[in-house]
Design a protein around this ligand. Structure first.
Ligand code: FA5
Length: 345
C-alpha cells in the first residue's frame, strides 16, 4: 500500500513539473500505460490473499483515478494557454482594402426575351420549349419543305447526321406542338437559338435566336395576324416607330409576309446599318399553309392559323439602339452593364 502511495506522490510531483503537453503525455505513459508503474503493481496481486487483493486493487484504482483526473486538468489548462497564445500572436490587418464582388448583369439578349414573353403572355399565349437539335422531318418536311426543295438552300445548317441537324429556324417547334396538341386549338410562342449558313455582318450572324409564334383555331385570319404583330411592335418599340408589311414567300405559310421596322439609326433616311433602305427586317410571318395543317392532323376546311418568327437580336438592336449584332456574343461586361440602366420609352 505504501508503495502505491509513493508511486502516486512521485507521479504527481512529475506532473507538477511538466510544462508542456508532451511532458504531460510522457507522465501519463510512464504511470498509466499497460506497462506503466501503477499498472505493473497489479502483478503483485497474485501473492496476496483474497481479502488483501480487494483493498490492494481498490487502492490502485483510486490512485489511477486521482492521477488521471489531475492529468486531464493539466492538459485542459495547457491547451487553453496554447490557444490563447496563438490568438494573441495572430494579427489581422483591418486596414487592408476588401475585395469587391462584381454582381452579374443580364445580357440584353435575355432581357428582350423576357420582354417579348411578357407581351405575348399578356395576349394569352403560353411559352413552349423547343430543341436546338432536331430532325429534318420537323425542321423541313412537316413544314412543306420536302427534300431538294430550293428553300432549303437559304437555310443550310450544321448536320449531325443525314436526318439530324441544328435547327435553322424555330418554326420546327410548330410541327412538334401540333403533333402534341392532337387536333386541339393552339396559342403558343417559343424562344430559342437557331443556326444557319449566313455571312456575318452588322445585322446577320450564323447563330442567332428567334421567337416562334403559332395560333391555330377556327376562324383565324390575316387580320388577326396583323393586329397581333402591330400590338407587339407598339408595345416593344416607341409609338414613333414605323412598321411595314411586305409580301413574301415561305413554303409553310400562304400568304406570307415579312415585317420591317424603321431603322433606329437613321429613322428611315438610309444608312450603313439598314443598308440604305431605312428599314430593318425583324420577322417573317403568314397564314399556316393548308398542307402543313393537313400533315399535322388538322382539317384546313375547319381550322386555320397564323405563325410568325421574330429575330430576337434584331428586336434588341432596335429596342436598345445596338449597332452591331456581334456585340451580343462578345461577352464584354461594359456592353452588358449599359443595358441595366432604365430604357426610355
Ligand atoms: C424564318 O426563319 C421563318 N421560319 C419565319 C416564319 C415563321 C415565317 C413562321 C412564317 C411563319 P426568316 O429567314 O426571314 O424566316 O427569319 C426570320 C427572322 O429571323 C428575320 O426577320 C430576322 O429578324 C431573323 N434572322 C434571320 N436570319 C438571321 C441572321 N442570319 N442573323 C440574325 N437574325 C436573322
Amino acid at each position: 500500500m505504501e508503495e502505491i502511495q509513493k508511486i502516486l506522490e512521485n507521479s504527481l510531483i512529475e506532473l507538477e513539473k511538466a510544462s508542456s503537453i508532451s511532458d504531460v503525455v510522457a507522465v501519463k505513459n510512464l504511470y498509466l500505460s499497460k506497462k506503466g508503474k501503477l499498472s505493473v503493481l497489479m502483478n503483485k496481486m497474485r501473492d496476496l490473499s483474497i481479502e488483501e487483493r480487494k483493498t490492494f486493487g481498490k487502492e490502485i484504482n483510486d490512485a489511477k483515478i486521482t492521477l488521471e483526473s489531475r492529468i486531464n486538468e493539466k492538459l485542459d489548462k495547457l491547451n487553453k494557454e496554447k490557444l490563447l497564445e496563438e490568438l494573441n500572436n495572430e494579427t489581422i490587418d483591418i486596414t487592408l482594402p476588401g475585395n469587391s464582388l462584381n454582381s452579374g448583369e443580364k445580357n440584353p439578349f435575355y432581357k428582350i426575351i423576357d420582354e417579348i414573353e411578357e407581351i405575348f403572355i399578356g395576349m394569352g399565349y403560353t411559352v413552349e420549349k423547343g430543341s436546338e437539335v432536331d430532325k429534318d422531318h420537323y425542321v423541313f418536311e412537316l413544314l412543306n419543305i420536302p427534300k431538294d426543295h430550293p428553300a432549303r438552300d437559304m437555310q443550310d445548317t450544321l448536320y449531325i447526321d443525314n436526318e439530324t441537324l441544328l435547327r435553322s429556324h424555330t418554326s420546327a417547334v410548330q410541327a412538334h406542338v401540333m403533333e402534341k396538341a392532337n387536333g386541339k386549338p393552339i396559342k403558343i410562342i417559343c424562344p430559342g437559338k437557331t443556326y444557319r449558313r449566313d455571312d456575318d455582318d452588322m445585322t446577320h450572324s450564323h447563330q442567332f435566336a428567334q421567337v416562334e409564334g403559332l395560333v391555330i383555331d377556327k376562324n383565324i385570319n390575316m387580320g388577326n395576324l396583323k393586329a397581333t404583330l402591330e400590338l407587339f411592335a407598339r408595345k416593344m418599340f416607341s409609338k414613333n416607330s414605323e412598321i411595314r408589311f411586305r409580301s413574301s414567300y415561305f413554303p409553310f405559310t400562304e400568304p406570307s409576309v415579312e415585317v420591317d421596322v424603321s431603322c433606329f439609326n437613321c429613322h428611315g433616311k438610309g444608312c450603313n446599318v439598314c443598308k440604305n433602305s431605312g428599314w430593318i427586317e425583324i420577322l417573317g410571318a403568314g397564314m399556316v399553309h393548308p398542307n402543313v395543317l393537313k400533315m399535322s392532323g388538322y382539317n384546313p376546311d375547319i381550322y386555320s392559323g397564323f405563325a410568325f418568327g421574330i429575330g430576337i437580336e434584331r428586336v434588341a438592336m432596335l429596342r436598345y439602339g445596338i449597332d452591331d449584332i456581334r456585340r451580343f456574343y462578345q461577352n464584354d461586361i461594359r456592353f452588358i452593364k449599359e443595358f441595366n440602366k432604365k430604357v426610355e420609352d
